[in-house]
Write a protein that binds this ligand. Structure first.
Ligand code: SF4
Length: 551
């Protein structure tokens, strides 16, 4: 086969369909025994070595190559465990998609003591590439090992390892409009080792996937207009897929009986947004999107969104919950950036993140946005950042206080319906903040950072006890996994407590809750936003009175 595409084995694991276990490759091999990883690592099925459902990124490369004139019989998407089956003397390129190849991603660095230990992501990727390299040598083949990843910077950073692994080319950036030419250049020997693509395809240059994707992943938008300084998707221009293109990807997945869809976006509440100043969601477009998909599919879950977008348009939360038949044992999950509780800091690093609200309202937005999420059975999985440029110890203490405040006030108000997680990530210098320093969990710890990390993890362990049984209710693997998850999260919390004690920080000393309240989502609260309104022949900005809906 001329072109063999695959993903590294950490991306083809289904991890028994347990929520949050997708993060398992971030864990260090030194702490999680390999036999435990193997028990949890259930791999995607294949048809004679071909992946039936493949990670979305590799499917996108497949469709872009076919769209650019490569013949179907020249391109295969193979299971990484069976890749040798497709490699022969005609193979010119083995393309491998990966996410965190050397274990330098923000979640991984938190678990591996800043990279001192070896994450499963690194172990699996490097073992896989060595297997390819050795197979090439043993058989005397000449194919090029080409790696594609948004984490292309890791290969540049660790060039010795990249050399040793025998990687010939690394590609990163958006590729659909150029991948055909790049592959031809590689085949003819005229391509650079590091190929960083700085241009973007127009939406019409991105062909829909032609084969099913893992988890029924479909893309609804690309890039993000909010411009947070620490974030790489922000460097890309926001573009929205029209509904008919999205439905093509839905149909492709329905073909193999995949009825649950993941809608990939950087911020689902920004889908088709017209108000690029205040980011007031285009409610009708977002709701219309879910209505169209859920006419065909059984469940549609967004990947990412902003808490401000959710709070500004609770009508979206309500309608999407209804369409998904969400309830106490069936939740709509979403990953959301919390970043910090500090209004001053959020203003410096992510000045649009809180819009249409103001930076000063940020802690209030996080509390009330979580309330709105939970009220409609949406389960936000937040991430915060530790080690941001300009952060003070007070900012970190405030983040810990806000987590405690949210836990207490939401539970008082919602009881069993109160759920959220917070995962602290170490700061990675990239995008607009690439001149900063990596956060090193060993060297850069302060009292505030310890409290921030501890309370995030303590709450996560609390949710493993209280929330996991709800989100994974329909999963038969839960009974086996739950005791393990409870044990694992308690061990993490205990080790952070010991670590804090060694540094002289008393994590049990009570922190003051924040003086913010949950406002009822009803007609009693009014806000004014500038919202674009389409008239017959123009779009004009008018100030509308915005009210929260009464439940
Ligand atoms: S809202 Fe999210 S995706 Fe968009 S720029 Fe900010 S961090 Fe990046």
């Amino acid at each position: 086969m001329r072109i063999v595409l695959t993903s590294d084995p950490s991306l083809t694991s289904t991890f028994r369909d347990i929520p949050l276990l997708d993060f398992l490759p971030c864990a260090p091999t030194e702490n999680i025994p390999k036999f435990i990883y193997k028990i949890l690592d259930t791999q995607l099925p294949d048809d004679d070595g071909k992946l039936i459902q493949a990670p979305y990124a590799i499917r996108k490369v497949e469709s872009a190559l076919l769209n650019d004139g490569f013949k179907r019989e020249d391109v295969v998407v193979a299971h990484p465990k069976k890749i040798e089956k497709f490699i022969d003397e005609k193979t010119t390129i083995v393309g491998v998609n990966t996410m965190d190849p050397y274990g330098l991603g923000p979640v991984t660095l938190m678990f591996t003591e800043g990279g001192k230990k070896t994450s499963y992501s690194k172990y699996l990727f490097t073992s896989f590439i060595r297997r390819l390299r050795d197979y090439r040598e043993r058989k005397g083949y000449n194919f090029k090992i080409v790696v594609g990843s948004q984490a292309g910077w890791q290969f540049e950073l660790k060039q010795d390892l990249t050399e040793e692994l025998g990687i010939d080319h690394v590609i990163w950036g958006e590729t659909e409009h150029v991948i055909g030419d790049i592959f031809r250049d590689i085949e003819s020997g005229g391509a650079d080792k590091f190929i960083k693509i700085k241009t973007w395809p127009k939406i019409e240059e991105i062909p829909p996937v032609v084969n099913p994707t893992y988890k029924g992943m479909i893309e609804v938008m690309r890039g993000c207009g909010r411009g947070c300084r620490f974030c790489s998707p922000n460097l890309r221009k926001a573009r929205f897929y029209p509904l008919e293109k999205i439905m093509q990807e839905v149909e492709v997945n329905l073909r193999v009986g995949q009825k649950k869809m993941w809608l990939h976006s950087e911020d689902i509440f920004n889908y088709m947004v017209e108000d690029r100043k205040n980011f007031y969601p285009n409610e009708d477009a977002v709701i219309g999107l879910f209505e169209a998909i859920l006419e065909k599919a059984e469940f549609a879950n967004p990947t990412h969104g902003t808490v401000a977008g959710a709070l500004a348009a609770p009508r979206i939360l309500k309608r999407v919950a209804e369409l998904n038949h969400a309830g106490i044992n069936r939740w709509v999950g979403i990953q959301v950036g919390f970043e910090t509780a500090s209004p001053e800091l959020i203003k410096k690093i992510a000045n649009n993140k809180m819009k249409p609200f103001s930076a000063d309202e940020w802690p209030w937005v996080l509390l009330n946005g979580t309330y709105a999420f939970n009220k409609f059975y949406w389960f936000p999985a937040y991430t915060t950042i530790v080690g941001l440029p300009w952060e003070t110890d007070e900012d970190n203490i405030d983040t810990a206080r806000l987590i405690l405040t949210m836990e207490k006030k939401l539970e008082e108000k919602l009881g069993e319906r109160a759920h959220f997680t917070v995962t602290p990530l170490g700061f990675i210098p990239m995008a607009g903040l690439k001149e900063g320093n990596f956060f090193d969990a060993n060297e850069h710890l302060t009292k505030g950072r310890i409290l921030h990390i501890y309370h995030a993890w303590r709450h996560l362990a609390y949710e493993v006890d209280h929330g996991l049984k709800r989100v994974a209710k329909e999963n038969p693997n839960l009974a086996m996994f739950l005791p393990l998850a409870k044990l694992g999260s308690r061990l993490v919390v205990q080790s952070i407590r010991k670590w804090a004690m060694r540094k002289g920080v008393d994590v049990d000393k009570p922190l003051d809750l924040m003086d913010i309240r949950i406002e009822e989502i009803d007609m009693g609260i009014e806000r004014s936003f500038s919202k674009p309104v389409a008239t017959e022949d123009k779009i004009e900005l008018v100030t509308t009175s915005y009210r929260w809906i009464r439940l």
